[in-house]
Structures are given as structure tokens and as C-alpha cells.
Design a protein around this ligand. Structure first.
Ligand SMILES: Cc1ncc(COP(=O)(O)O)c(C=O)c1O
Length: 433
């Protein structure tokens, strides 16, 4: 079906003028790019009229489906009323309401304050700078180091990148990074000799996304909370990926009934429609920054689009939809259905591991799972499988040879089945070669 798009022209201009993230442009320019022109529900459509299930929620952002009329309407109304205004020196109703609603999602915790920014990386950047300044203001300037975990990914701005545990992304810049101690697990962290130097520990709770959808052991988060309490270290939870229902509860930390000192949110905050992030903190942290002008305790941080009103309106509509569409209740049978469908992949001889946390799944393929022999990395097996899956109506991206399946929460049971079937066909097609 031709939707009236000039695919050849758009491709040529893309190749001439664009530079895509996390992309080797030499390879990109050798192929026709996939040009997505419209989206609705869990489905994306390209310029040649082909449709795909959005298997990775458009890089882990979409929650209730694309162009959800409820969110579109909220954004449209907001844009025609107040498009944007500075958050330095003024405030506005949507940000005020959203802050109250976000804090209200964490009842029984000490989280009371919301600091807005633009994306997951800046949500983390804020958390880091706040932690460092908090300890300086509290009279503990020796707490200058951060603890993070091997395989961690917390974003690409310099501070957030300091925490990252994925060498290929971050090693090149390691000389310019914040001081970070990296641990492979809780036991290693607990045996660290200088906990008094740690400002904060940061973790992707329950599951590490960019590490390849790797699950933490049950109870680990609670043990980490205990450790931080005993050592007086701040606990930062990066729920940029896990927030807003992905793991089956609104936030992953609620699965282990713990609360952080600092919570980072982005991606799904607006339902995946506009960029917005929030760093939530306790009143105790906030109080440390209070003082007269002369005391110089102010948190000097901010961006031009902080608390952008249409983005805040989208976030409010996103939260409303959780109630109106009973998203979390409706998700529970879908999580079970996803588990059942994924089981069918185990019969494929290349499927080494299926890791699932709520509505997030990673399917790892290997040349020989019995001997744990991977495919040669140069073969780009995961990428080729995902490319092949497009022909079967699924669009997703791998992390090396782990295929990611985490569609929007609105995905139907039938679409879940189709997505897994698409992966199955694609795995066979590529791995049998
Ligand atoms: C856990 C986590 N933190 C932070 C980020 C960075 O978010 P952004 O890409 O919006 O900067 C990501 C992105 O994938 C993430 O998965």
C-alpha cells in the first residue's frame, strides 16, 4: 500500500543529513531506512504501508498505545492554553498537579518532592548532583563517590555515563568521569572497604535493561535498602525503564516493598508521547538545600524546557489512564500469557535463556546453549533476527544476542502471540543458516 510518502527521497535526505544515535552510519547508509510515518495503539506503520507491533515500546517509552486520544487531547488543549513558560521564577498548574500526583503514587514513603528535567539521563544527572551537594551541605564532603553495578546503564550525559558498566559505550570517556566504584552484586558491595566515602548507590531495580534484561535475585533490593540504611548511604533507584507498570506494579520498588531516597523517572512518564523526566526525593534531602541567599545552598541546575506544560499534561493523562483503563489489573493476565507464549520458544535449540520481569522479556540466543557457546559477535545475530522479525510484523531491537520484547501495556493477547510467533520464525530463519 502506498501511503503517498516518497520513500526514496526521504531515504536519500536521511542519508545526506542525519546522524542516528547508537548507529554506525556507514552501515546505515547502505540500507533503506525504515521510515515510520504513523502509529496507533501498539502498532507502527512505515512509509510503504507495512505495519508492525511495537515490540520494544519505541525504545521502552510507550505505555497505553500510540496517539492515545486521551493523551493527545490533553496535550492539544494544553498547547493552545499555555505552550511553554520558564520554570525558573514561575510555575504552572500542570506541573503543580503532576508533582502532587507523582508523590501520591508512593504512599507510606518519605518521598515528597519532585524536580523536573527532560529525559532519563538528566533525571539521573540531577540525582547525582543533588546527592553530592546534599552531603556537602550536611557536613560530609568526604562522601564523593558513587556505587553502581556491572552492566548498569543510566544514560549518556557525562555524570550518568560515569555510572555505566557497559565498556563499549563508556570506556572511551572514562578519564573524564565522576568517581564511581562498580560492583557485580550485593555481596561485593557489602565488602567494600570505604562505605563512608560513598554518596549514593544507584541501581536499576529488579532488572537491568541495557545489560540484556538481566534479573537481580529476589530480595536483593531489600538487602540493598538495608545496607544503605546501615551505612547512611543514599539509595537512588533508576526506574527510567521499569517505571509505569512495566514490571507489573506501578514502580519496580513496590514489588519488594522498599522506597528509595531518590527516584528517577522518565520514558513512560508521559505515556511515551513527549520527553519529560522527574527526580523525586525525600523531604530530608530537600531540607538540606534550604537557607538564605548568603548561605549558597541553592541547587543550581535546570534546563530550558523544565516542566514543559504539554509534557506535564501528557503525564497527567497517562496517570489518569492507569485508573480509567485499569491498566495494571488488565496487565496481569497479559503477563501470564506472555510467559506461556515465551515457553514455546524453549523448543528452539538456539534459545539459551528467557528472562522475564512482568511485561519485559529478554530472549537470549546462542550458537550452542548447552556449552554456552555464543554466536560470534561479528555475526550480529540478534540484530539480524530482529530485522527478519519485521517481515513477520514485529519491530524490536536486540541487545547483542538478547531479543527484547516489551510492547506497550495496551498490547492485546493476540498481538503478544503474534509477536512471539514473529520472533520464533525469525530465530529459525537466521540461526538455521
Ligand atoms: C535505566 C535507564 N536509565 C536511564 C536511561 C537514559 O534515558 P534517556 O535515554 O531518556 O536519556 C535509560 C535509557 O534506556 C535507562 O534504561
Amino acid at each position: 500500500m502506498n501511503l503517498g510518502w516518497d520513500t526514496e527521497h526521504l531515504s536519500a535526505v536521511d542519508r545526506h543529513h542525519l546522524w542516528h544515535p547508537f548507529t554506525q552510519q556507514l552501515a546505515w547508509c547502505e540500507e533503506e531506512p525504515l521510515i515510520i510515518v504513523s502509529a496507533t495503539g501498539a502498532t507502527l506503520t512505515d512509509s510503504r504501508g507495512r505495519s508492525y507491533i511495537d515490540g520494544n515500546s519505541s525504545i521502552w517509552t510507550n505505555i497505553h498505545g500510540h496517539s492515545h486520544p486521551r493523551i493527545v487531547d490533553a496535550v492539544s488543549r494544553q498547547i493552545t492554553t499555555l505552550d511553554h513558560t520558564s520554570f525558573l521564577g514561575t510555575t504552572h498548574p500542570k506541573a503543580i498537579e503532576l508533582a502532587e500526583r507523582l508523590v501520591g503514587l508512593l504512599p507510606g514513603t518519605s518521598i515528597t518532592r519532585v524536580f523536573f528535567s527532560d529525559n532519563g539521563s538528566t533525571a539521573v544527572e540531577v540525582a547525582l548532583k543533588m546527592s553530592l551537594q546534599y552531603w556537602q551541605l550536611r557536613g560530609n564532603p568526604e562522601r564523593t563517590r558513587f556505587a553502581s553495578f556491572s552492566g548498569a546503564y543510566h544514560g549518556d550525559t557525562a555524570g550518568a555515563a560515569s555510572l555505566g558498566g557497559i565498556g563499549i559505550f563508556f570506556d572511551r570517556f572514562s578519564g573524564m568521569h565522576f568517581p564511581v566504584e562498580r560492583f557485580s552484586d550485593m555481596a561485593e558491595l557489602a565488602s567494600f572497604g570505604h562505605p563512608e566515602q560513598l554518596a549514593a548507590v544507584i541501581i536499576e531495580p529488579l532488572i537491568q535493561g541495557s545489560a540484556g534484561m538481566r534479573l537481580w535475585p529476589d530480595g536483593m533490593l531489600r538487602r540493598l535498602r538495608d545496607f544503605c540504611d546501615r551505612m547512611g548511604i543514599l539509595l537512588i533507584l533508576d526506574e527510567v525503564m521499569t517505571g509505569f507498570g512495566r514490571t507489573g506494579t506501578m514502580f519496580a520498588c513496590q514489588r519488594e516493598e522498599i522506597a528509595p531516597d531518590i527516584l528517577c523517572l522518565a520514558k513512560g512518564l508521559t505515556g511515551g508521547i513527549l520527553p519529560l523526566a522527574a527526580t523525586l526525593v525525600t523531604e530530608e534531602i530537600y531540607n538540606a538545600f534550604l537557607g538564605t541567599h548568603e548561605e549558597q545552598k541553592t541547587f543550581y541546575y535546570g534546563h530550558s524546557y523544565t516542566a514543559n506544560p504539554p509534557a506535564c499534561a501528557a503525564a497527567l493523562a497517562n496517570l489518569d489512564l492507569f485508573t480509567e483503563e485499569k491498566s495494571l489489573e488488565n496487565l496481569q493476565p497479559k503477563i501470564k500469557h506472555l510467559t506461556t507464549c515465551l515457553e514455546s520458544l524453549r523448543s528452539l535449540r538456539w534459545v539459551a535463556e528467557i528472562r522475564q520481569c512482568g511485561f519485559i522479556a529478554g530472549i537470549e540466543v546462542m550458537r550452542d546453549p548447552v556449552t554456552r557457546t555464543p554466536f560470534a559477535w561479528q555475526q550480529l545475530t540478534g540484530a539480524r533476527i530482529c530485522k527478519a522479525a519485521r517481515k513477520h510484523g514485529l519491530l524490536t531491537r536486540p541487545i547483542l544476542d538478547t531479543l527484547v520484547l516489551m510492547p506497550p501495556l495496551c498490547t492485546t493477547q493476540e498481538q503478544i502471540k503474534q509477536s512471539v510467533a514473529a520472533l520464533r520464525s525469525a530465530i529459525r530463519e537466521i540461526c538455521e543458516d
